[in-house]
Design a protein around this ligand. Structure first.
Ligand code: PLP
Length: 395
């Protein structure tokens, strides 16, 4: 997707300089061919699964349409995401509705639409959904989001299935909630769901989740509940550090198959980051190069307003210059907002830079544009989507 020719950065066979010429910075740049490649890898490994895209990870309509056109369903957590999924062409029965604070209006829209699954986050949600179902006059397929109390190796803000977390139904309430759902007219208990964390880079963690899900599946089936769908959530990590290692779908599929050996279960996945993270980047422009305190600060025109992840999660994204050069010295790339947290990355190996130079912040396709905000009254970043790969010149 990225390469240098004559020391200038090219993206999917086009010079970044030319792509940026017509765009105000900061802007997001997505590659549809890269997205296609990732979808193909996923579908190849999970040909029979109910594959959904987690809409919280990216909201660009072109990407959403492309994901939907390949048959991916949607994991949504709000009325806005529900509408975006329908607008992208996702059939209602491929939509999974999540959320720990679904309003009555959101539940009503989901029931009216006939979505594939509504995943309960709490025992306390049963009566609210029962009211909605009765008022709308339609039945709803329900899944239970189980919080298994697993503490995964990731940033604390990305752990959502550990003990004490406010997401999901704790183990000691699962059977009672299953009973309550089954007794409620209009609710059909069909699935269980475990999403315990994001940016999990070790496939062994995904195996642990699959095994835990299989244990719950067998427990609930053994107790007579007709669970058909096991939703393993998302969480697959990507290679932010550029090590060349990332979660391989076939490896996950192999471990999931082992965990569910002999079971006629339908696996669902809700992948956000893994699908879109590596297909997007944020392009920013250098405003000023400052030397102070023995350091070099590269101030650029987009920071935590355009890409919140470094400030929110201490996330480290790789940053590349549009123009290569020597010498390479470490510099801190900082945003334009009045916050000490507005640092995109420290000690980035960069060539000498001057005002107007472009930098790209890699792997920003997930939780980038969707978390962008208007802090300091800055406009939301626009986006450019690269369609087909053009021919790359000889290196
Ligand atoms: C319930 C649920 N499913 C799926 C996802 C997507 O996670 P990821 O982007 O790590 O694949 C999230 C992310 O927060 C989530 O909360």
């Amino acid at each position: 997707m990225l390469s240098y020719h004559d020391q200038r950065l090219w993206v999917e066979g086009q010079p970044l300089r030319a792509l940026a010429a017509g765009m105000p910075t900061p802007f997001y740049l997505y590659s549809l061919p890269a997205l296609e490649r990732r979808i193909a890898r996923l579908k190849d490994a999970f040909p029979h699964a109910w594959l959904t895209f987690a809409y919280k990870a990216n909201r660009h309509p072109v990407l959403l349409h492309r994901l939907a056109s390949h048959g991916l369903g949607a994991d949504v957590v709000s009325l806005g995401e529900l509408r975006a999924a329908r607008a992208a062409g996702v059939p209602a029965n491929r939509i999974i509705v999540n959320g720990n604070a679904k309003t009555r209006a959101e539940l009503e829209a989901a029931v009216q639409m006939g979505v594939g699954l509504i995943q309960l986050d709490a025992a306390e949600e049963v009566p609210r959904l029962a009211d909605v179902v009765a008022r709308v006059g339609r039945e709803a397929n329900v899944g239970l989001r189980i919080n298994p109390g697993l503490d995964m190796a990731t940033h604390p803000h990305l752990k959502v299935g550990a003990r004490g977390s406010h997401f999901g139904i704790p183990p000691d309430q699962v059977l009672a909630t299953a009973r309550a759902v089954t007794k409620t007219p209009g609710l059909r208990l069909r699935g269980i769901h475990l999403h315990v964390g994001s940016q999990l880079t070790d496939v062994a963690a995904l195996e642990v989740i699959a095994q835990e899900a299989a244990r719950w599946y067998r427990t609930l089936r053994g107790a007579g509940y007709p669970i058909e769908v096991v939703n393993l959530g998302g969480g697959w990590g990507i290679d932010y550090a550029g090590t060349g290692r990332e979660i391989e779908p076939h490896e996950v599929a192999r471990r999931v198959a082992q965990a569910f050996a002999g079971e006629a279960v339908r696996i669902a996945l809700e992948l956000g980051r893994w699908l879109v993270g590596p297909v997007g980047m944020l392009v920013v422009r250098v405003v000023q190069v400052k030397r102070a305190w023995g350091r070099t600060f590269i101030a650029v025109d987009g920071g935590m307003n355009a890409l919140l992840r470094p400030a929110l999660y201490a996330a480290r994204h790789r940053i590349l210059p549009e123009r290569q050069g020597e010498p390479i010295t470490p510099a801190d790339v900082v945003g334009p907002n009045c916050e000490s947290a507005d640092v995109l990355a420290r000690d980035v190996p960069l060539p000498p830079l001057r005002e107007g130079d472009l930098l790209v912040i890699l792997d920003a396709g997930a939780y980038g544009e969707t978390m962008a905000n208007t802090y300091n009254a800055r406009p939301l970043p626009p986006a450019l989507v690269l369609n087909e790969p053009a021919t790359t010149p000889e290196a």
